[in-house]
Write a protein that binds this ligand. Structure first.
Ligand code: NAG
Ligand code: NAG
Ligand code: NAG
Ligand code: NAG
Ligand code: NAG
Ligand code: NAG
Ligand code: NAG
Ligand code: NAG
Length: 315
């Protein structure tokens, strides 16, 4: 009881502090100190990108590599440091870049956790931290980014559950959490608030349980990849109604009924399902007009995987 009261008090305190800091007037000077805090945590910069270019002498941060500023508000709106071989951790001061709408630090060797403060960036539309060495859990706060369209945290070492708050961000068009160590299940109502979602990638994790039902509520979904997890059970019937779906990867799970499912889902095109003695079932998706084999799918012991055929003609 006592412990709970202390926790509630503590949370209230954090809430108040956040609200006070939210009322701080931020300007380009705040942005500069946030970027300098970012630079201070860089431990690896073999091409001397930040060490030589992000210098105090550069009077305005907008001449710094990777930094873009809006002329209207004179604030930093984009930070793009992709593929610069940078290593280090991401400081919590990143949350002070309150006009940031684009944050891309993919394909570097950032370590440590994703700071909660990234969730303060209310204007963020594009967040890519892919291909780094980030660890820890995905912060719940990323679900409080009301304009986020792209969330790419793939190819890191993130673990724990996928925070449910993320499925509340109705502006999202792409979610890529693939190639991490995420665990737990996906909620049945995960598509209730994702009307614009086109791509959902969560392959190569350790997700368990049945595939969520109600995926058809993601009416714009074109690409779905949940392969290399530990999903079990049948395919939910409502997936048969996902008319926009173009590519689906469900292989290397423990699912059943996939062949029947594919006949339904690609109903505008021919599907031929063949039983093969040695390797289970293979499935060809054939375009009707041109008689070309678009995709070849193998179903082995309930696992499905796809082999690209690059439009090779059949016979
Ligand atoms: C930013 O705001 C601080 C006070 O909050 C002020 O001292 C500083 O001059 C301002 N900088 C610019 C560039 O407006
Ligand atoms: C940093 O790089 C930009 C773009 O390449 C260049 O315009 C600027 O002069 C550089 N600044 C310094 C201090 O090297
Ligand atoms: C990652 O960055 C390295 C170094 O800059 C570059 O050579 C490589 O092509 C990049 N890979 C991808 C997939 O962007
Ligand atoms: C920047 O962020 C840090 C940590 O979130 C905070 O303590 C600090 O007061 C902020 N600085 C400014 C100038 O807003
Ligand atoms: C980062 O991850 C890559 C790929 O998993 C690995 O090869 C590399 O050793 C890691 N680097 C660090 C600094 O942890
Ligand atoms: C999603 O949003 C609704 C309404 O804003 C809120 O009641 C609910 O707690 C949110 N769910 C999560 C998991 O954040
Ligand atoms: C698919 O959609 C049709 C019409 O929109 C509806 O009648 C049917 O119940 C749906 N089927 C499933 C399995 O959701
Ligand atoms: C796959 O599922 C079947 C039936 O649901 C079960 O008997 C089998 O042990 C599962 N295999 C694995 C590798 O989980």
């Amino acid at each position: 009881m006592m412990a709970r009261a202390i926790i509630v008090g503590f949370l209230l305190l954090i809430y108040c502090i956040n609200n006070i800091s939210a009322s701080v007037i931020r300007n380009i000077s705040t942005d500069k100190s946030a970027l300098l805090a970012f630079k201070a945590q860089i431990t690896n910069d073999p091409n001397e990108i930040l060490s030589k270019n992000w210098t105090q002498q550069g009077t305005t941060v907008c001449s710094w590599i990777g930094v873009s500023r809006s002329t209207k508000h004179q604030r930093v709106v984009a930070l793009n440091l992709k593929s610069l071989r940078l290593g280090g951790s991401v400081p919590k001061e990143i949350g002070n870049l309150s006009f940031l709408s684009f944050l891309e630090i993919g394909n570097n060797t950032f370590i440590g956790e994703i700071p909660n403060e990234v969730g303060f960036l209310k204007k963020l539309k594009y967040l890519s931290l892919q291909m780094n060495n980030l660890t820890g859990q995905i912060p719940q706060s990323l679900g409080f980014l009301p304009r986020l369209e792209l969330l790419d945290l793939s190819e890191n070492d993130l673990f724990g559950n996928v925070p449910l708050s993320i499925f509340n961000v109705s502006s999202l068009k792409l979610i890529d959490l693939g190639f991490n160590d995420l665990t737990g299940t996906l909620p049945n109502d995960m598509c209730s608030n994702l009307p614009l979602l086109q791509s959902l990638f969560m392959a190569h994790n350790h997700l368990v349980g049945e595939l969520p039902s109600g995926l058809d509520k993601c009416t714009q979904l074109k690409y779905l990849s949940l392969s290399y997890n530990r999903f079990t059970g049948n395919l939910p019937r409502d997936m048969w109604n996902m008319s926009k779906l173009e590519d689906m990867f469900l292989g290397w799970n423990n699912l059943s009924e996939i062949c029947m499912f594919l006949r339904k889902i690609f109903r505008i095109e021919m599907i031929s399902c063949h039983a093969e003695a040695s390797c289970g079932i293979w499935i060809e998706r054939i375009s009707v007009n041109h008689g070309r084999c678009l995709q070849l799918w193998y179903l082995v012991n309930g696992d499905l995987y796809k082999k690209e055929t690059h439009g090779r003609s059949l016979r």
